[in-house]
Design a protein around this ligand. Structure first.
Ligand SMILES: [Zn+2]
Length: 333
């Protein structure tokens, strides 16, 4: 790591200064419309003396809104007298993607959550990832990264952590998930964990917690409320913010294997046969994909490979071969 050049990102905030600072991570980006211009990524640091550090992010994917809504709000309203330690808030981590309303960056097509550990001499997305990897993650005791389904998926609202080889770290993460108190709490597996922010944080031994809170490229009153209450609960649980956790009822879900995921094998128009949160039996038809090029063709059926509840579904009405059509998770006590 020491052989890498320094990050080109210059923060306009000081991480060890008490009080509330609203500033930017300024990333030089020379381009046609701004020769010596920069990408200005909003950041807020709220510090009150010694104590744990919480690193909070939204907008890792630019078309997911519960996180940014909760975090711009938290940055504006969190009273530093209620804080012990430091809260670092980056509400729109992949800021170019967030401004464009797209999952990936319009500058370099970078998917932030496949760009870790990043590069200080890479693309704009890789430079942001590198800054989190080398400057922000090492400061953190607990890392919270908000996600939702974006424009192409919709989820039952859940807070999540991963099953990990380090069982002590795993337990700390699941304790934070329980404190968040979303309607659902997920023991999550990933299809493709290489390059994820989650993996970078976990490999550094950090408590890492995430969410999937709805989707469709928008937000709902219910899911934004869950995000706002949940993040305060996690900060209280971590001892960074004063006050008791306001626990709500949660249903734990498990993703026991890759059989949770179902993918479309043809292009077409998707018909959802089960709604989010509803129970499904193994073999049940989750969705049908209708060919639209001509009449008279039977739809392709997508069947559940295990019993459980429908935890996620494809969002727009049209699908392409390879799209994730549905995710089933198993209810656990
Ligand atoms: Zn996401």
């Amino acid at each position: 790591m020491s052989s890498l050049r320094p990050s080109p990102i210059a923060p306009t905030v000081e991480f060890d200064r008490d009080g509330v600072q609203h500033g930017f991570l300024r990333l030089p980006y020379s381009r046609d419309d701004s020769a010596w211009g920069s990408v200005m990524i909003p950041i807020c640091v709220i510090r009150n003396g010694k104590g744990p550090t919480a690193l909070l992010s939204g907008g890792n994917h630019g078309d997911e809104y519960e996180g940014p809504l909760a975090l711009y709000d938290l940055a504006r309203t969190l009273d530093p007298s209620q804080v012990s330690g430091t809260v670092i808030i980056v509400p729109a981590m992949n800021y170019p993607a967030f401004r464009a309303g797209t999952r990936t960056s319009p500058i370099d097509k970078g998917n932030m959550n496949r760009s870790f550990p990043g590069r200080p001499d890479g693309t704009v997305t890789e430079k942001i990832a590198d800054y989190f990897q080398r400057e922000l993650l090492p400061r953190a005791d607990i890392v919270f990264d908000f996600h939702s389904g974006g424009k192409t998926l919709d989820f039952v609202p859940f807070c999540a952590a991963h099953t990990l080889p380090d069982k002590a770290l795993e337990q700390k993460a699941f304790d934070a998930v329980a404190a968040f108190s979303a309607p659902f709490s997920m023991r999550m597996i990933e299809i493709d964990s290489v390059g994820m922010y989650d993996t970078a944080a976990e490999e550094m031994g950090k408590v890492f917690v995430s969410t999937e809170l709805g989707g469709g490229g928008t937000s709902r009153a219910q899911t934004v409320g869950i995000a706002r209450r949940g993040i305060l609960n996690v900060l209280r649980h971590a001892g960074v913010v004063a006050g008791a956790v306001e626990k709500g009822r949660t249903q734990w879900l498990d993703m026991p294997s890759g059989d949770c995921f179902s993918f479309a094998e043809d292009d077409g128009m998707i018909e959802t046969m089960v709604d989010l949160g509803e129970p499904v039996d193994e073999g049940a038809v989750l969705a049908r994909i209708h060919s639209t090029g001509r009449t008279g063709i039977a739809p392709q059926e997508i069947r559940a490979k295990m019993s459980g509840v429908l935890a996620a579904r494809h969002f727009p009405g049209l699908v392409k071969a390879g799209d994730c059509a549905a995710v089933v998770a198993v209810e656990v006590d």
